[in-house]
Write a new protein. Structure first.
Length: 165
């Protein structure tokens, strides 16, 4: 039985092979849509601008992933004189771990690597995430604090959480 998480690689969207993209989207679908019974629109147009964190098992299957997004990646927070919001946070999300890799620290490793990426690229920006409410303590262990009241996100109770920089 494996006791430590597999290595995590950083990949720009265009560096993903078609097989990688397929397998990453399949993992996200298995976890979020099937396992959690939440039919949500995963293809939201943000993957091409994201940096993807991907972990493969020894057999070459993608067993974990997350995506890191910089401020204004989706264009929704633009209000400054040059079109950019100087206070827009960075974020990560779509963090999924295959059932076979749970309880060995892969989720924790993906969060830690996401925070490292965001600190390297946008060190002055807060990090805001939409977290499933039952994971509040997990994300709290990284320094995140609740930023909103609970809300429904496609049948799953969520809260926004913020890590202040």
């Amino acid at each position: 039985m494996k006791t430590s998480p597999p290595p995590i690689r950083r990949l720009a969207f265009d560096a993903l092979t078609l097989r990688d993209l397929h397998d990453m989207l399949a993992l996200r679908s298995r976890v979020f849509v099937v396992e959690q019974a939440s039919p949500y629109p995963d293809i939201d147009g943000r993957d091409p601008g994201a940096l993807h964190l991907v972990a493969w098992d020894e057999a070459g299957a993608i067993v974990g992933c997350a995506r890191c997004l910089g401020p204004d990646e989706d264009g929704s927070d633009r209000d400054g004189p040059d079109g950019a919001n100087p206070d827009a946070p960075a974020s990560f999300g779509r963090l999924a771990v295959a059932p076979s890799q749970r309880s060995i620290g892969l989720g924790r490793a993906l969060v830690a690597e996401s925070l490292t990426v965001l600190a390297e690229r946008w060190p002055e920006r807060d990090v805001v995430i939409g977290a499933q409410q039952h994971l509040e303590r997990f994300y709290g262990s990284f320094g995140f604090v609740r930023d909103t009241d609970p809300y429904d996100d496609f049948g799953i109770p969520h809260i926004d959480m913020r890590l202040r920089r």
